[in-house]
Design a protein around this ligand. Structure first.
Ligand code: 9Z3
Length: 343
């Protein structure tokens, strides 16, 4: 079923797969956002979040999806904003977003926060108020949200398919190159490894009469390579590696770093991702180690971040629960600052 061949290089992929129709418009808005923050000397982080889809038909009825609710990306975006970054939040349509994530329709529906108060004289329209026990939390989130809105530090972009994602990533990273070392990439989106090229897609809904469905997919080009080498040569690039087998996490994260030559791979296990992550990066070169050109295990450093699994049984407010993204962003903020100062 799997072949060794990678049929699409990044170049042949972009030459053969059409861009999303809104690309030009999206890029113009991103350009303005980056220009404004660049003029103000602010660092800008691109946060990607949520899973990509792979449509099976041109008139799409069925598609393959990648696992991700968008929690990592939306939560991290909030902490980057708090840390003073301007954030381009590129996320899967309808996945979680910064601030509104606290009031997700399934876990914390916002209608449950509101009360209808009948007016005393019975003639006027009833007033809507916030349930007293929820006010403190809501005020905190709302204040941050309004502040970010007023300062214009958050710009949102959406993708659905892996095609949308790849075209947007290329265009946004090219725009971000004017920021030099003040650009950070935080690639938390769960991106499909396989896709069905347009040229082989059925135009209409695949019919079931023919029995078993067999689909042969091509590999998505390894996009980190041109990102690092061509599109944004000075950006600080953080990618995520998701595994379900513990034994693979560190070797696969190291292999990614070796292959693409970027700054950090954050490894996370599917089931422990909210409480434990590992940063894999290259050891900073000292005068003694600069002679070692080859990449053996001694050239990498592992940095584990762990938080206690919160006990939410006592009705603790969701806003008071510690989130690992706070520590991830704090650590990256330090590393990015030192990367900028080393320019
Ligand atoms: C991640 O590993 C993210 O941390 C999660 C976040 C998707 C696990 P949630 O949104 O989940 O909080 O529910 N993202 C990267 C996943 C990925 O596709 N990585 C590729 C790989 O592992 C490399 S780009 O091969």
């Amino acid at each position: 079923m799997f072949t060794e061949e990678t049929t699409f290089s990044a170049e042949s992929y972009f030459a053969s797969q059409p861009p999303p129709p809104t690309l030009q418009h999206d890029v113009e808005r991103v350009r303005e956002f980056i220009k404004r923050h660049n003029n103000e000397g602010r660092s800008v982080v691109l946060v990607t979040s949520g899973g990509t889809t792979v449509p099976l038909e041109l008139n799409v009825v069925r598609f393959l999806d990648n696992f991700s609710a968008g929690t990592r990306g939306a939560t991290s975006a909030e902490y980057f904003l708090k840390a003073g970054y301007a954030v381009i939040f590129m996320h899967r349509q309808f996945s979680l977003q910064p601030f509104s994530r606290h009031y997700s329709h399934s876990t914390n529906p916002f209608l449950d926060f509101l009360e209808i108060e009948s007016p005393a004289d019975g003639s006027k329209t009833p007033a809507i108020t916030v349930t007293p026990s929820k006010r403190e939390d809501l005020l905190e989130v709302l204040s941050m949200y309004k502040d970010v809105h007023n300062r214009g530090t958050l710009h949102t972009l959406t993708f659905v398919t892996v095609d949308d994602y790849l075209w947007l990533l290329r265009a946004v990273s090219q725009e971000m190159s004017i920021l030099g070392r003040r650009a950070m990439f935080y690639l938390a989106a769960a991106v499909s490894d396989f896709f069905l090229p347009r040229q082989r897609m059925s135009e209409h809904k695949i019919q079931s009469e023919k029995g078993r469905l067999q689909i042969e997919m091509d590999q998505v080009p390894k996009i980190l390579k041109p990102l690092v080498d061509e599109w944004t040569k000075e950006g600080y690039i953080v990618s995520f590696k998701l595994e379900t087998d513990d034994n693979l996490l560190i070797p696969k994260a190291r292999a990614a770093l070796e292959r693409y030559g970027h700054q950090v791979v954050i490894g996370n296990d599917l089931h422990r991702r909210k409480y434990e992550v590992v940063f894999i990066s290259r050891k900073e070169k000292t005068s003694e180690s600069t002679t070692t050109a080859d990449m053996n295990s001694g050239d990498f450093q592992e940095y584990w971040l762990r938080i206690a699994i919160p006990d939410t049984s006592g009705g603790v407010s969701p806003h008071k629960v510690k989130e690992i993204e706070e520590d991830i962003v704090a650590e990256l903020g330090k590393r990015h600052a030192s990367w900028i100062s080393r320019a």
